[in-house]
Design a protein around this ligand. Structure first.
Ligand code: UN1
Length: 502
């Protein structure tokens, strides 16, 4: 069978890289070649941006409800193709099939939600301080959006950026992670089929680095929306900041599940196993810390170790698999390098800790679900994002210490507390310095109708999803209409006009 070719999409056409160069797309469970992918040059990036710029005016003037209808049609196509998309996702980046279906579903949810915004995009009409004067605000597009997306949610996260951008009348240049070009191509195909006019959405494939820098520093790009590591986010913000572009970053996390002595410990175990080892720990919301109160710590550790050891590694396409591979050989190396770091600092590996090498596992990039104990809050494994199936258990004396430890990292994305005490739950909701807080549930699984994002080094103050996403992808315009037929001076004529008002 000839190798699948994945191409760029520029100005409504599927095209090879201008240099003809390609790179390989690899199945992380087997090491097999899935596709040959266009490796774009900076000239391709220029073409994509120019096409977006040309399409912008027509799209801005296309009625928003009609833009929403295209999104709605895209959502219908996604729903019909859900299983095929999920299967391709599992092959491309490894997550187990039910989770891949969840990723596609999250994309469908976001697409429908933003389709509805075609008929909303509310502004305000407010009273003016002068007579015979009208005051209102409305949203308009920002311009050309560079959407730079990660491989861990290769379908959902692109929809978080592309759908609000499109429904608000922006044109987009989409640069997905180089590990997941296939799902990016599928998403663009769906929008093309749904009737998106040419040039409104353009796809550029290839590794970041030079390509990414060229994209974000191009004068015709107005907004950069990025999800990925804090280091790259800071690099992008530096360039974008210097050029006064709008930059929205969704970055790392070091999320924790707190288990207090008044918790349902067995329930917390389900949440911990799901949040720490689901998606092989490769979610920015993954629970890579467990903060346990002394009275329940040992029992919790014993059960958690038992559960972690029972999880089956394997291809995400096999129904018997609990935990799939990590995305690449280099990611496997990065994750595994944390084990000696933890041991050197005095932590103990209580479960897992090895790279999977038995049988078929040797061909892919597998890491055993790992539980670290004897962890102190300042150790590297308790502070740094690992992005793999590794979680660190920290013991604390009570809720005060738990909240202090929870907030002691540079990140602030997600957290949870297990407690049956309503007072503790409310204190936790108030004092947790994270963008997402869960009570009696794990740290993963945010729904698209609420804001998604975090504090501190997790981002730069923006939120994706929900109504909040509209603020990233639109400019407010405040409009005053004076129909008095004379010069009226705001802030100065108020008393006078009050006296003379009809
Ligand atoms: C991510 O890992 O970057 O809340 C996104 C969750 C998912 C999204 C995760 N809905 O875990």
């Amino acid at each position: 069978m000839p190798t699948l070719q994945l191409r760029n999409y520029i100005d409504g056409r599927w095209v090879d890289s201008s240099t003809g160069e390609t790179f390989d797309n690899i199945d992380p469970a087997t090491g097999e070649l899935i596709a040959s992918v266009a490796k774009s040059s900076t000239a391709d990036v220029d073409r994509a941006i120019e096409a977006a710029r040309r399409a912008l005016d027509g799209w801005r003037l296309f009625p928003a409800p009609k833009r929403g209808e295209i999104l709605y049609r895209a959502g219908e196509i996604m729903l019909r193709r859900k299983d095929d998309l999920a299967r391709e996702m599992t092959r491309e980046m490894g997550k187990v099939l039910p989770e891949a279906r969840g990723d596609v579903q999250e994309g469908i949810d976001m697409t429908y939600y933003m389709a509805g915004e075609g008929r909303r995009q509310f502004g305000d009409v407010v009273p003016a301080e002068l007579p015979n004067k009208w005051a209102m605000s409305m949203r308009g597009p920002v311009g050309v959006v560079a959407a730079i997306t990660p491989w861990n949610f290769p379908f959902a996260i692109p929809t978080w950026k592309i759908m609000p951008a499109l429904v608000l009348g922006n044109a987009v240049v989409f640069k997905p992670a180089s590990y997941t070009p296939m799902l990016a191509v599928r998403l663009v195909e769906i929008l093309e089929e749904a009737g998106l006019p040419k040039g409104v959405l353009n796809l550029i494939l290839g590794p970041g680095g030079e390509l990414g820098d060229h994209l974000i520093s191009h004068p015709a790009v107005d907004l950069i929306s990025f999800t990925g590591s804090s280091d790259t986010g800071s690099h992008i913000s530096e360039i974008g900041g210097r050029l006064l572009k709008r930059v929205s970053c969704e970055l790392g996390g070091k999320n924790a599940i707190v288990v207090l002595e008044d918790a349902d410990v067995d329930l917390s175990l389900d949440g911990i196993v799901w949040s720490a080892f689901g998606t092989s720990g490769q979610r920015c919301t993954a629970a890579s810390r467990v903060i346990a109160q002394t009275g329940v710590a040992q029992g919790l550790i014993d059960k958690l170790v038992g559960r972690a050891k029972k999880l089956r590694l394997g291809s995400g396409l096999e129904p018997s698999t609990d935990v799939g591979p990590v995305v690449s050989a280099s990611q496997l190396e990065r994750v595994h390098a944390f084990i000696p770091v933890a041991e050197k600092e005095g932590a103990t590996v209580a479960a897992g800790g090895h790279v999977g090498t038995e049988g078929a596992l040797a061909k892919g990039f597998f890491h055993e679900p790992t539980v670290l104990i004897d962890v102190k809050p300042n150790m590297r494994v308790a502070q740094e994002e690992i992005f793999g199936p590794v979680t660190a258990v920290i013991e604390v004396s009570g809720i005060d210490e738990a909240i202090k430890v929870l907030n002691s990292t540079k990140y602030g994305l997600s957290c949870s507390v297990y407690t049956r005490n309503v007072n503790n739950a409310f204190r936790f909701m108030r004092d947790a310095e994270t963008g997402l807080v869960y009570i009696n549930a794990g740290t993963i699984g945010a729904e698209i109708q609420l804001p998604f994002g975090g504090t501190k080094s997790t981002g730069n103050g923006h939120r994706e999803a929900g109504r909040a996403a509209l603020d990233v992808y639109s400019e407010w315009k405040s409009i005053y209409v004076d129909y008095s037929g004379k010069l009226q001076r705001a802030q100065m004529d108020t008393t006078e006009t009050a006296k003379t008002a009809p």
